[in-house]
Design a binder for this molecule. Structure first.
Ligand SMILES: [Zn+2]
Length: 291
């Protein structure tokens, strides 16, 4: 399978597929009954839905920085974990995608974590056969919103299963974690939108190129099936806040023509929204190659 790329003014963008996984359909669609969601997405005999872990590489030609936005699940998990989540790396891995686009791990200068749930940060931490951990991108600064870091290091019991110490302890020990606040700008034309409903301090990278914009949607909009406002994941810690996040961000996307880059949708990489924030529809769908 080919991986797409695009020139976006001063940014060269590269799609990075890091593997697929499966999550329970109930947890993916929250209060929405299966009789409804099953009309839109297929599930396996264990009621699981296949998702992808599609991350984004950004090479800034003006600053020279090479950003990786999220890092997928990674490979340091046991058989039980792999079975529960149906991990499948037969198509792509983080490193095979990196190589496909002609980059090496040491080229990455910045890893930007939207948040620290295991399917977003696990690929950034390696473990060898002796059980020793190291960073997959040793030269990179690793960025996370300060509210997310605080929450991930002191999680409530409900969210703790998503914040794995095997990811977070080595990141903390490395001294390479850098915290950002609301309104952070990584460089000109590269800012963030912060949403708090899924988990506190989820940062969504936002790139601008003239009148074109692209937002990395992460878990604000995991798949196109989550476009209707009440279709909110059961994982979200504050679903009513997610409703407000969705209305605000969708309105902005429609008003400012912002494309949404989807991290977990196996079939949609990039979409444009139309109509209204309360009832958004897809007006265009494609890949980075179509830009
Ligand atoms: Zn998440």
């Amino acid at each position: 399978m080919t991986l797409s790329s695009a020139q976006f003014d001063n940014f060269r963008l590269f799609t990075m597929e890091t593997g697929t996984f499966r999550l329970d359909g109930g947890s993916i669609f929250g209060v929405v009954p299966k009789t409804l969601w099953a009309q839109h997405v297929a599930c396996d005999e264990q009621n699981r839905i296949q998702l992808t872990a599609r991350v984004l590489l950004i090479h800034s030609t003006s600053s020279g920085r090479v950003y990786l936005i999220d890092s997928g699940i990674g490979h340091k998990f046991n058989e039980k974990f792999s079975k529960i989540y149906g991990l499948d790396f037969s198509g792509h891995t983080l490193m095979s995608s990196l190589e496909y686009h002609g980059f090496q791990a040491t080229d990455i200068t910045d890893v930007v974590f939207t948040h620290l749930h295991f399917d977003h940060c696990g690929g950034a931490v390696l473990r060898n056969s002796e059980g020793e951990s190291s960073l997959a991108f040793p030269k990179a600064r690793h960025w996370v919103h300060q509210e997310q870091w605080k929450n991930a290091r002191n999680p409530n019991e409900r969210e703790a299963a998503s914040f794995l110490p095997e990811n977070l302890d080595p990141l903390e020990a490395s001294g390479q974690i850098h915290l950002v606040e609301d309104g952070h700008q990584y460089e000109p034309d590269f800012t963030i939108e912060v949403v708090d409903g899924h988990t506190p301090g989820q940062q969504l990278p936002l790139l601008s190129s003239g009148d074109r914009k692209l937002l990395f949607a992460a878990d604000l909009l995991p798949t196109t099936a989550h476009l209707p406002l009440p279709w909110v994941m059961g994982f979200d810690t504050r679903p009513l806040l997610t409703l407000e996040d969705k209305k605000r961000v969708f309105a902005r996307c429609i008003h400012e023509n912002i494309l949404l880059y989807l991290e977990h949708d196996p079939y949609h990489e990039l979409i444009a929204l139309g109509n209204s924030a309360h009832r958004p529809n897809i007006t265009w769908a494609g890949t980075l190659d179509d830009l």
